[in-house]
Design a protein around this ligand. Structure first.
Ligand SMILES: Nc1nc2c(c(=O)[nH]1)N[C@H]1C(S)=C(S)[C@@H](COP(=O)(O)O)O[C@H]1N2
Ligand SMILES: [Mo]
Length: 309
């Protein structure tokens, strides 16, 4: 399946130009002040400031997902898909409450980053109460707090060829046989329904229960190569103000079941885009060489890459 951009390439420039036009009229908090200041005029150019500029352009009310009052927060945010990654490396991190966690940011960036949870919490934060919609047909409203993805990307600095942001997750979904035939996968499964094809999690926990040494994160002859969850978005969504790397849910540290220590919120898309257990963010020019090239674990199994709500 070919990934599709939300805004077809030829229209993208038009969209940004239109957004720029709105800048003159709309009151955008610090933005209009910045743009109007002599300093702003001078610094709104290509380079470092392009990130900020694009981010501000996208802060138009029409493009925001609906946000809800606290009174509408769901009493329980149903965990779905992987709820307890079987991977040994992940379990080790979870055991120390993610003290050793470092979010790796690499690929087409000027300055690769390794950010601890306290690094991430020290960056500007955004809180948003939004509705999550799973293709399975259920919804939940949660209050998410995290760092805008744009902040992290700005620190890393995108190279000119950057077009996609790929989220590599900790959780193994299945094992691929190395060098042999593709293992049979259940293409009828809905994201979140039977998210783990038979065996993956059980294999890992069974072998652990039995005291075997087989690591879920390195693969071996018996289990094959781990296929982990991954997702991707384009730069338009990456710089959207509601696109955050969330570390809190409803004012508490994100539970493991909902994606601890860090999960994506990309609010104008469906549940399966909301990558949990993010370990690494890779900036790429193309999605072709990642996974099976569809742009995500479920996309590789036939689901839409742009899963707009
Ligand atoms: N790493 C990872 N991210 C994931 C999934 C998963 O299995 N693994 N499932 C997706 C699906 S289908 C949904 S609906 C949401 C569920 O998020 P929740 O557990 O917070 O409800 O996570 C998405 N992100
Ligand atoms: Mo889902």
């Amino acid at each position: 399946m070919r990934p599709r951009l939300h805004i077809p390439r030829p229209h993208r420039r038009g969209f940004l130009t239109a957004a720029a036009g709105l800048l003159g009229a709309a009151a955008l908090g610090g933005c209009d002040r910045f743009a109007a200041s002599p300093m702003g005029q001078r610094t709104l150019k290509l380079g470092e400031d392009a990130n900020l500029f694009v981010q501000r352009l996208l802060l138009t009310p029409a493009s925001l997902a609906k946000e809800f009052p606290d009174s509408e927060i769901s009493p329980w945010f149903k965990p779905n898909g992987t709820i307890d990654p079987p991977d040994r490396a992940y379990k080790a991190l979870a055991a120390t409450r993610f003290e050793g966690f470092r979010l790796r940011v690499d690929g087409l960036v000027e300055r690769p980053q390794d950010l601890s949870l306290s690094d991430l919490r020290a960056l500007p934060a955004r809180t948003q109460t939004t509705r999550h919609d799973c293709v399975e047909g259920w919804s939940a409203i949660g209050k998410w707090t995290g760092v805008p993805l744009s902040e992290v990307l700005q620190r890393a600095g995108l190279k000119p060829d950057a077009r996609y942001i790929v989220f590599h997750c900790a959780d193994t979904m299945e094992y691929a046989a190395g060098g042999e035939e593709e293992p049979e996968t259940d293409t009828t499964a809905n994201p979140g329904m039977e998210a783990r094809p038979e065996g993956a999690e059980n294999q890992a926990s069974d072998s652990q229960a039995a005291g075997a040494e087989a690591p879920a994160d390195e693969g071996d002859e018996a289990q094959g190569i781990p296929v982990r969850y991954y997702e991707s978005i384009d730069l338009t969504d990456a710089y959207h103000p509601q696109t955050i790397l969330a570390y809190d849910l409803n004012g508490q540290a994100l539970p493991v079941s909902n994606g601890a220590p860090l999960r994506l919120r990309v609010e104008r898309q469906l549940g399966y885009k909301q990558a949990k257990y993010i370990m690494r963010i890779e900036v790429t020019e193309s999605l072709k060489r990642i996974g099976d090239g569809g742009g995500g674990y479920w996309e590789d199994r036939g689901y839409e890459w742009y899963a707009g709500i």
